[in-house]
Design a protein around this ligand. Structure first.
Ligand code: C5P
Length: 237
């Protein structure tokens, strides 16, 4: 990316055509595109080249793989993903220090290593699930901050976390650690199924580095205009 633009658009669609048409319309207005489990499993690894064939090589792609396995397997998966030349890839921090270190080492074997990001606690997991089902006695915020520090120790470039925990991570991990924040909604937008939301400018003020935005852009009648409006809201804030 040349100019810093904090918007990462979630390409939550199930065909190459839909993905390419969104990327073509949005490329001048956003920082990057997220290929997640839905699109990846619908289309396969060809999605990365298909996007580049249509819109050029300079598009930044975040492969939201959420790898979580033993260190050797995750390292192998990252090594295989290196061939897709993505800008950013992620793993689950709960895979532990050795797994995250193995992911970072495998990423660094690439000529242009992807940023390695760790998912802390999924926003669908609340205190009841964390304590009652998973047997973790910390609060979600304590667990998020502990996992963010572990990810930093492993050499990860940053974490995915809800806007609610962003300020605590920023305080614990310093100014250079990337914080990727989903669950943002522009003022007045539909919440869809997101519950713990903040506006884009609030999330940036809390210390977020990048915002993952899906439906407020992809489901808009004019996705490019929606992206431009979100960027304007951030800049005005
Ligand atoms: O459409 P919406 O803006 O809600 O999309 C948010 C994107 O961020 C989706 O791709 C979703 O999977 C992802 N995400 C999330 N909450 C998390 C992690 C990822 O909403 N905790």
């Amino acid at each position: 990316m040349t100019d810093y633009n904090p918007i990462i658009v979630a390409l939550d669609v199930s065909s190459i055509d839909e993905a390419v048409s969104l990327v073509s319309a949005l490329k001048p207005h956003v920082g990057a595109f997220k290929v997640g489990l839905e699109l990846f499993n619908a289309v396969g690894t060809g999605i990365f080249q298909a996007v580049r064939d249509q819109v050029g090589d300079d598009v930044s792609i975040f492969y939201d793989a959420k790898f979580h396995d033993i260190p050797n397997t995750v390292a192998g998966a990252i090594r295989a993903a290196n061939q897709h030349n993505v800008w950013m890839v992620n793993v689950h921090a709960t895979g532990g220090l050795a797994m995250m270190k193995a992911a970072v080492a495998a990423a660094h074997e690439a000529a242009a290593p992807p940023l390695v990001i760790a998912v802390t606690v999924l926003t669908s997991i609340d205190e009841n699930v964390l304590n009652g089902e998973l047997g973790v006695s910390r609060t979600p915020e304590q667990q998020v901050v502990a996992l963010a520090k572990l990810a930093q120790q492993a050499g990860c470039d940053g974490v995915v976390a809800s806007p609610r925990e962003t300020a605590a991570i920023r305080a614990a991990c310093g100014p250079d650690f990337l914080i990727i924040t989903p669950g943002v909604r522009p003022t007045g937008a539909s919440l869809d199924d997101q519950k713990r939301v903040m506006t884009p400018s609030e999330a940036i003020k809390q210390g977020a580095s990048y915002l993952v935005v899906g439906r407020p852009i992809t489901a808009a009648t004019d996705p490019a205009a929606a992206a431009v409006a979100i960027l304007a809201e951030i800049q005005a804030g």
